[in-house]
Design a protein around this ligand. Structure first.
Ligand SMILES: Nc1ncnc2c1ncn2[C@@H]1O[C@H](COP(=O)(O)OP(=O)(O)OP(=O)(O)O)[C@@H](O)[C@H]1O
Length: 255
């Protein structure tokens, strides 16, 4: 069953940049990635799915319902987002940012809620700095907080925009595994933007490759992560090797 579906879509920022999507979908329990060069339209896809921008043409269906039929509150019971950057002009603590993930549910502050949040903070290792001011955290710590907030929102769909781009290798592995487990164990649907092609290839069921506002390629990692396609999309000279355990393509620079 398709949880997200975008069809025959057109969107333009004042005719400056135009995104065309003939078809993009995410099935229930699938881990799907979007990769592509800077400015190819990846984040714009997430902005359309979260009502930050409004499509000019086409269809966006989330959980069998047209996006226009959702109120923002209803939508955020279905979808949680880890944005590329998150700014706040107030000195919120980490704990208050994370608990804002519960706002769509209007839950009262209870012992159960408190334990639920603590458990998620423990999983992402953010509990130890829950009383610190979010604005003063390092880039990687902020990304961990935003992922924790999204997990606290506990939705069927997770949209991730380069969610580990500033995170060290240890936490990267831990957090990507955690997200993968959300899809495998809880049947959640993941749509994640990556610049790290090898991470996308290792963890994704399918990959969309964007360039200049269109989907150039789409398929399983072994179908789209090829030397020829990498050259065409990124103009890189690379060698493709295969992961010794998962047998997924991995890109290494020629030199
Ligand atoms: N609010 C806006 N108004 C006008 N142009 C915009 C706006 N937001 C983004 N753009 C432009 O639209 C294009 C696509 O941007 P988008 O953020 O979707 O790219 P991206 O593929 O996510 O890039 P990156 O890998 O650098 O994050 C870019 O050329 C960008 O400058």
């Amino acid at each position: 069953m398709r949880i997200i579906e975008m069809k025959d879509l057109k969107f333009s920022y004042n005719n400056h940049f135009t995104l065309y999507i003939d078809e993009l979908y995410v099935e229930k329990g699938e881990f799907v990635s979007i990769i592509g060069p800077n400015g190819s339209g990846k984040t714009t896809v997430l902005k359309l799915l979260t009502m930050i921008e409004k499509k000019d043409k086409g269809k966006i269906i989330i959980n069998d319902k047209n996006i226009e039929k959702y109120s923002k509150k209803e939508l955020f019971k279905e979808i949680s987002v880890v944005p590329q950057e998150f700014y706040t002009s107030f000195d919120f603590t980490v704990e208050s940012i994370i608990s804002s993930g519960r706002i769509p549910y209007e839950t009262l502050f209870s012992r159960r809620e408190y334990e639920f949040l603590n458990k998620i903070m423990e999983k992402t290792d953010t509990l130890k700095f829950k009383d610190r001011i979010y604005n003063y955290l390092s880039g990687g710590e902020k990304q961990r907080v935003m992922l924790t907030r999204a997990l606290a929102q506990d939705t069927n769909v997770l949209l991730l925009d380069e969610f580990v781009s500033q995170i060290d290798p240890g936490y990267t592995q831990q957090l990507v595994r955690m997200v993968k487990n959300e899809s495998i164990q809880k049947n959640k649907s993941i749509l994640s933007i990556f610049h790290d092609i090898n991470l996308a290839s290792l963890y994704s069921d399918r990959i969309y490759i964007f360039k200049e506002g269109i989907i150039k390629y789409h398929g399983k990692p072994e179908e789209v992560i090829t030397q020829k396609i990498m050259k065409e999309i990124y103009d890189i000279d690379c060698i493709i090797t295969y992961h010794p355990i998962k047998n997924k393509p991995q890109v290494i620079f020629e030199y």
